[in-house]
Design a protein around this ligand. Structure first.
Ligand SMILES: CCCCCCCC(=O)SCCNC(=O)CCNC(=O)[C@H](O)C(C)(C)COP(=O)(O)OP(=O)(O)OC[C@H]1O[C@@H](n2cnc3c(N)ncnc32)[C@H](O)[C@@H]1OP(=O)(O)O
Length: 252
């Protein structure tokens, strides 16, 4: 609860700081304005739920392999310590929501209904385990990103195997998230995929993304999808992302 309030407060802080930057107020008036702003924001309906679900946390649908790998990477993640230095860590788990909170109000051209109903493609199926179950970890130096992906029964393409479009979706998600961590918001400009070996439905695979190079606004990434022990190569890909200004998304 305290963390949630802290997140909301931080959001409010940036909003409340705008008028203060432009007008010269007596310090006591500034404090009052901030307090009123924060109180008002807390009583107004928010554009997103303050209790947003983090889909990257384990749920009952996760198989033993998914859980073991999650524990393996999670045990190497940053541990939050109160009042002390944070411990060394090799990986960081990236939380995952079904809506990007930062842009939750959507583009100016979207209707209110679309804005309120829009959900991230990979996180829009309510039944746990039915479609995309995944968690992403990014390395400390951010050169690598690894995703543990369990493909649910709704992702069937060829009988008993995962649809190529679903694999492409996951590759785009993993490499795109990695590129965003490395850069600013990005969009996929180019995605090349070689499908080498089908992925059985219900299985867990590793999707590994590596930075090839950055060139100005361009981020070039390579990616491979393997069995969890690394012995089978299922898919290989390269991707080009271009950093965008968010206004790029507001033009329609
Ligand atoms: C949490 C979940 C994360 C999921 C992440 C998923 C990300 C996505 O799926 S995004 C959706 C799919 N992608 C799109 O819809 C993008 C549509 N395309 C666009 O909006 C634009 O073409 C965009 C943003 C890619 C580039 O446009 P713009 O910003 O004007 O850049 P532009 O000046 O054309 O190009 C910049 C550089 O990239 C290069 N470039 C652009 N497109 C390509 C391309 N397809 N192939 C090769 N190079 C390209 C240009 O040659 C240029 O290079 P240089 O600087 O060396 O001259």
């Amino acid at each position: 609860m305290a963390r949630t309030l802290c997140r909301i407060f931080k959001g409010c802080q940036s909003i409340c700081s705008l008028p203060l930057m432009k007008t010269r107020l007596h310090p006591s008036a500034s404090v009052l304005l901030r307090t009123v702003c924060v109180r008002r924001m807390l009583t107004l309906p928010l554009p997103f739920s303050p209790k947003a679900r983090d889909f990257s946390l384990p749920n009952s649908s996760w198989g033993a392999e998914m859980r073991q790998l999650y524990e393996h990477y999670n045990s190497q993640c940053e541990e939050e310590m109160k009042g002390e230095e944070k411990q060394d860590w090799a990986w960081k788990r990236l939380p995952s929501y079904n809506r990007s909170l930062k842009y939750a109000t959507g583009g100016v051209y979207l209707s209110k209904i679309i804005q309120s109903k829009a959900r991230l493609f990979t996180r829009n199926i309510k039944e746990p385990g039915a479609a995309f179950e995944y968690v992403l970890f990014v390395s400390k130096d951010e050169q690598k990103c690894v995703c543990i992906f369990q493909a649910g029964h709704l992702l069937e393409g060829p009988p008993g195997h995962v649809h190529g479009g679903a694999i492409a979706t996951m590759i785009d998600t993993v490499t795109g998230t990695h590129a965003s961590v490395l850069s600013a918001p990005v969009m996929t400009a180019n995605l090349n995929i070689n499908y080498r070996r089908p992925i059985p439905l219900g299985s867990t695979v590793l999707i590994e993304s590596s930075l090839n190079k950055t060139e100005g606004r361009k981020v070039l990434i390579s990616c491979k999808v393997t069995s969890t022990d690394g012995s089978k190569l299922h898919t290989e890909a390269t991707a080009l992302f271009v950093a965008i200004n968010v206004s790029h998304l507001l033009g329609g």
